[in-house]
Write a protein that binds this ligand. Structure first.
Ligand code: GLU
Length: 308
């Protein structure tokens, strides 16, 4: 395990980049990698890497390796060994059991169709807010398909380092959310909370598309007695028609042979315009400049279009 306090008793910064291996690293994911890396290095902290392959249905064989090689190609050096979520199912199970024992989690028998039949309101994620059918126990003859987390009719709030004060009423915005899916896979929300705590991560820097998930993660941290890291949610990179860059929108893979030019474009996007000569120079120079110059206060809160 890493130590969170140095020999002089100072608290160390520990950040991470946690890509899902669903395809090659594209400009949008490089933005999250670079911002989390620079924020860690500018604080003299550590930067860990975690492969989030807990959803095996989305995992593409070979993608994790490709992401690691691309990060290396750009000169992004991580600390320690790479954690792989699919090898950590026992930890997620233990967290689920701890929530089940205290009745924070309950079994749910509902299918998607049954939930939709209640015409519940839409959640912040664009899904359906669970109408609470199994909240007070399974009806006779019904079998558990999944496990859900009870949420309070209460506001969770936190200060995001980029987006400012964020508030969300979990019951109205999200509803009782899934911890263990009907296909037997653990949900991202549970895995990310368990892993951030197990790795001692105390600063999370990631895309604003995950902002709506953060109150759920804070709620889980509170119920599991885990510390809450600081959060910074970056603007999401969109393509010319305003879609988030992703595998679904056929985002182009970034190419480390274009080194400094790509890094300069990322830094411009993050509110750090790079001196001309550095965008044509060696990667080591641009990283040195960026680490010295980095300030999360310069990162714009709003989403921006893919440069170029
Ligand atoms: N695995 C998530 C993704 O690639 C990121 C999760 C996180 O940073 O918390 O979108």
């Amino acid at each position: 395990m890493f130590k969170l306090i140095d020999e002089r008793g100072r608290k160390l910064y520990r950040g991470r980049f946690a890509p899902s291996p669903t395809g090659p690293l594209h400009f949008g994911s490089l933005v999250a990698a670079v911002a989390s890396y620079l924020d860690a290095r500018a604080h003299g902290g550590e930067w860990l890497l975690r492969i989030e392959d807990v959803d095996l249905t989305r995992t593409v064989p070979g993608a994790a390796d490709g992401i690691l090689r691309t990060l290396e190609g750009f000169g992004l050096q991580w600390d320690g060994r790479v954690l792989v979520q699919s090898q950590r199912l026992d930890l997620y199970r233990a967290a689920l059991v701890s929530l089940q024992r205290r009745d924070y989690a309950y079994p749910c028998a509902c299918s998607r169709r049954e939930i939709a039949a209640c015409s519940p309101p839409t959640s912040v994620d664009g899904g359906l807010i669970y109408p609470g059918i199994c909240r007070r126990g399974l009806a006779d003859g019904r079998a558990a398909r999944a496990w859900r987390m009870r949420v309070p009719d209460d506001e969770i709030s936190f200060d995001d380092r980029v987006q400012g004060r964020v508030r969300q009423n979990l019951e109205r915005a999200v509803g009782d959310f899934i911890l263990l899916r009907a296909d037997g896979q653990f949900a991202y929300q549970l895995a990310v909370v368990v892993d951030d705590a197990a790795q001692g991560v105390n600063a999370v820097v990631r895309g604003v598309d995950l902002l709506a998930s953060t109150p759920r993660q804070i709620w889980l941290q509170q119920r599991l007695g885990l510390p809450t890291p600081t959060y910074a949610h970056l603007p999401v990179v969109t393509n010319a028609v305003g879609e988030k860059l992703s595998k679904q929108t056929r985002a182009k893979a970034v190419d480390p042979s274009e080194g400094s030019e790509v890094v300069a474009a990322v830094l411009r996007f993050l509110g750090h315009p790079v001196p001309q000569e550095l965008s044509r120079g060696p990667l080591t120079d641009i990283w040195r400049w960026a680490t010295d110059t980095w300030s999360i206060r310069q990162v714009p809160a709003l989403r921006g279009a893919f440069p170029g």
